[in-house]
Design a protein around this ligand. Structure first.
Ligand SMILES: Cc1ncc(COP(=O)(O)O)c(C=O)c1O
Length: 496
């Protein structure tokens, strides 16, 4: 009997409950071991601020961010050695140009000799936002940039240029009864009203895919096309904040009608056919540790409506980052980006990655923890208002900060508060904390880095804290309460 016939008598591989990862460890790094007491002492020195705690002392999982924390593949490490550090038109630039065209569409990277510059490389996402909004901010006064949920740096870059960042979150985002898989959508009704009232003040609209500020939730193709249609009806270009474009495409493939049999590559192309440009931090789905960019669609509405902007952008880029053919990145970084972008749309990688995040979130949910469901693509979000609902913790006690400090000191895992402190602000005139719409702690999962056992250990620790939530005290802000982007700078202490 042929072995191909014989194996048909056994259960099929696809029906196994446990599947091995679609990759294996290429090289590893041993962690240093620190005791809870050593971590607690260091956390005191760091003023309980997660950003100031030395990463080498994170003995558990470092879930502070999924940004720039990816483990690279062997192909990327090999590509690093092929980096060309020439001052103009290095080897990697042409490879990245080819890869951008293949991934997002031909129209997003013109030949540099065409006389129509439309692709601008930056060293990460926020300088790309800075360039876009600095130049767009010069178009008029009292301008408004509507979005489905601006990321904090995007919001800050919009405001710094005297424009208003308006968040039109989907009402489904905090609804427990909603079974929607696309809670990252923009609220189309509120968008329509804003267009009717203030369309003339809107230089561009913005969709963040996936919606990091809005629970890491994806945006549906239907929402993308509807927002694009409405925006264009008012002659307003639409942009993506495209950091997690591949993860968003995976959700469309899995959960949106009509996409189950479409390849991720094709879904990505369709998504980008609706926009006139995008900013991106390649530190997420680009699978690199550094890199970003701003890309305008050739002959798209933005290029047509503002024909002088591309030149102004290039001037700005040269002043800030250097020549457009390297844009603040070393040649070797550019090589790893060309290799990383190829992998990011691989189906088996995305399926494993997103299911890993989902399994971790479901482990928490199973134990009654208030996680945002369905679980998003890159992170699990814990609703701290619900977490502390039956305790004496008040919103201005910043329970989320206290939770992250104890999780790190006692169990060695680092997460981040994205809620009342990070997204709120202190109103000096009213002498009061102004609370944001959401109060989350986020566990962001770095790409290709951790295994199931690692995340099981985080889930167990979070569970213990939930069971002992009444023992978590409030924190006082000892420095930085009134500062902009205060969560990066402030210091805290536990209240006696
Ligand atoms: C949605 C989103 N936009 C923009 C950025 C900014 O990118 P970068 O950190 O590369 O400046 C981030 C970073 O986390 C993000 O998540």
């Amino acid at each position: 009997m042929k072995i191909s016939e014989l194996i048909k008598k056994f259960p099929e591989e696809k029906d196994l409950k446990a599947h091995s990862r679609p990759y294996f460890n290429h090289s590893i790094e041993f962690k240093n071991i620190f005791t809870p007491l050593e971590r607690a002492e260091m956390l005191d020195i760091a003023g309980l601020n997660m950003f100031f705690f030395p990463s080498e002392m994170v003995t558990g999982c470092d879930l502070l961010s999924d940004s720039g924390t990816t483990s690279m593949t062997n192909e990327q490490w090999a590509a690093l050695h092929l980096g060309d550090e020439a001052y103009g038109s290095n080897r990697g630039y042409f490879l990245v140009m080819k890869q951008i065209r293949e991934t997002f569409g031909e129209e997003f990277f013109n030949d540099p000799n065409s006389g129509r510059p439309n692709a601008f490389i930056f060293h990460q996402g926020r300088p790309a936002e800075d360039a876009l909004f600095t130049i767009v901010g010069r178009l008029g006064r009292d301008l408004i940039i509507p979005g489905n949920g601006h990321f904090d740096t995007t919001g800050a870059n919009i405001k710094r240029n005297n424009m208003q960042a308006v968040n039109l979150f989907s009402p489904e985002l905090t609804s427990e009864s909603s079974g929607s898989h696309f809670k990252g959508n923009m609220d189309v009704e509120r968008f329509r009203t804003l267009l009717e009232l203030s369309g003339k003040k809107i230089p561009l609209s913005y969709l963040t895919i996936t919606n990091n500020t809005g629970g890491g939730q994806p945006v549906s193709m239907e929402n993308i096309s509807e927002v694009s249609r409405l925006s264009h009806e008012y002659d307003i270009p639409l942009f993506f904040d495209a950091c997690r474009f591949a993860e968003n495409a995976w959700f469309i493939q899995q959960y949106e009608k009509g996409y189950r049999n479409k390849e991720i590559r094709m879904i990505v192309k369709e998504m980008f056919s609706y926009v006139d440009g995008f900013t991106i931090s390649f530190k997420k789905d680009g699978l690199v540790n550094m890199g970003g960019g701003l890309f305008l669609k050739d002959k798209g509405l933005f290029m047509k409506k503002y024909p002088d902007i591309p030149d102004a952008l290039m001037g700005y880029q040269i002043d800030k980052e250097g020549h457009p053919t390297y844009g603040g990145l070393s040649g070797r970084d550019i090589m790893t980006l060309a290799a990383g972008l190829k992998i990011s749309v691989k189906e088996e990688y995305l399926t494993y990655r997103i299911n890993q995040v989902k399994d971790f979130g479901e482990e928490l949910h199973k134990h009654g923890l208030p996680v945002i469901t369905p679980i998003g693509g890159h992170a699990v979000y814990l609703d701290m208002n619900k977490f502390f609902a039956d305790t004496a913790m008040k919103p201005e006690d910043f329970g989320g900060l206290a939770f992250t400090a104890i999780l790190l000191a006692a169990y060695g895992h680092r997460a981040i508060e994205l809620g009342n402190f990070s997204f709120g602000h202190y109103d000096k005139k009213m002498q009061k904390e102004m609370l944001p719409e959401f109060n989350f702690v986020r566990f962001a999962i770095p790409r290709l880095r951790y295994e199931k056992k690692d995340l099981d250990s985080v889930a167990e620790a979070v569970n213990i804290l939930y069971e002992n939530r009444d023992k978590i005290p409030a924190v006082n802000v000892t420095y930085g309460r009134e500062l902009p982007m205060r969560h990066f700078k402030a210091r805290f202490e536990f209240r006696k």
